[in-house]
Design a protein around this ligand. Structure first.
Ligand SMILES: Nc1ncnc2c1ncn2[C@@H]1O[C@H](COP(=O)(O)OP(=O)(O)OP(=O)(O)O)[C@@H](O)[C@H]1O
Length: 313
């Protein structure tokens, strides 16, 4: 696929801007005064629990749903005012919505014709998404991973610089998730804007650079994933845990690491990374049997961010 040149004009044309966006369905406020921006060249995760308003926001960005108020623009224009919408934005919503009697090739041909894209794109995308062998099979027998890849191929027909993908990792096995990670990374490295939604944080941790987190239609956090998550805690297993804890607690005058004794020779350490802990232990001739990053702290962060504050005393 062609690379997207990242000059300033291009960056402006590819930036997603959501500003004071609100959508009400009767008495339900699906999205409330939501504002955020999404930049090209990175993969941005759009996170929130079920019913948070992610799909509604993506639908407003693609002109499928009209906002009650506020704006959702791509390169400064609402979807309906884009000059060449299907060559600007590729969207993937429900990966099960294929005509069951169509083959993968039929499906892409129909969409290529509708979007005015050359038929040659069909073969190219089947190859790119690793679907060449399955191209002439009917989609009703496709696995989840194949459906997701066919959906991605459909979104990419117009070679768009902006991609909006609703739950692309839904139902994928670890191998499929790994493949998706590489594929999205490549799209972002080509300079594209890639926004992907999910309600499962653990799937996103490996996939995204930036995050936008919403809860009940409202923004709760946005920014680089690393800044939001901070550095994860480290879990240490050591037969010398007591002595190691004492050494760690006295490690630095300018703020020693925080050490939690989990019992059974296990410690949870905040404020010092695994190499730092290993070096310190070695310099005091203390044994360390295991050092792992505590990913549950990231899960907890997401739960804290999206917890229903009304339910918290
Ligand atoms: N067409 C509609 N009519 C009425 N209510 C709707 C409609 N579409 C969405 N909603 C409501 O708006 C809220 C947000 O839904 P939305 O599908 O955008 O959330 P989501 O974050 O995508 O959730 P999920 O992770 O479950 O897909 C929910 O309360 C939902 O029931």
């Amino acid at each position: 696929m062609a690379s997207i040149t990242a000059d300033d004009a291009f960056v402006d044309r590819q930036r997603i801007e959501v500003s004071h966006l609100t959508k009400r369905y009767g008495t339900v406020a699906a999205v409330r005064d939501l504002s955020f921006t999404v930049e090209p060249g990175v993969v941005t995760g759009f996170l929130g629990p079920n019913g948070a308003g992610k799909t509604t926001t993506l639908r407003m960005l693609t002109g499928l749903v009209a906002p009650t108020s506020g704006t959702a623009t791509i390169g400064g224009r609402p979807f309906g005012q884009l000059r060449r919408p299907s060559r600007t934005v590729g969207a993937m919503f429900d990966a099960s919505a294929f005509h069951p009697g169509h083959t993968a090739r039929d499906h892409l041909r129909v969409y290529a014709a509708m979007g005015g894209h050359p038929d040659s794109r069909v073969g190219d995308l089947l190859a790119l998404l690793d679907l060449t062998e399955a191209a002439d099979r009917r989609t009703h027998g496709f696995s989840t991973g194949m459906r997701q890849r066919l959906s991605l191929a459909t979104a990419l027909l117009g070679d768009p610089p902006v991609l909006l993908l609703d739950e692309p990792s839904n139902g994928l096995d670890p191998e499929g998730t790994l493949w998706l990670r590489g594929f999205l990374r490549r799209l972002a490295d080509e300079g594209r804007t890639v926004l992907i939604s999910s309600h499962v944080l653990s799937e996103m941790q490996q996939l995204v650079d930036d995050v936008v987190v919403i809860r009940r239609g409202e923004l709760v956090a946005a920014g680089p994933w690393s800044r939001l998550a901070g550095s994860p805690a480290v879990l240490v297993t050591s037969p010398d845990a007591d002595r190691l804890a004492a050494v760690l607690r006295g490690a630095r005058p300018d703020g020693a690491p925080q050490v939690e004794d989990l019992g059974g020779g296990r410690l949870r350490v905040h404020g010092l990374d695994a190499p730092g802990i290993a070096d310190l232990a070695a310099s005091h001739r203390l044994r360390v049997h295991e050092l792992v990053s505590d990913e549950t702290s990231l899960e907890q962060l997401f739960l804290d961010l999206t917890a229903d504050k009304a339910a918290t005393p």
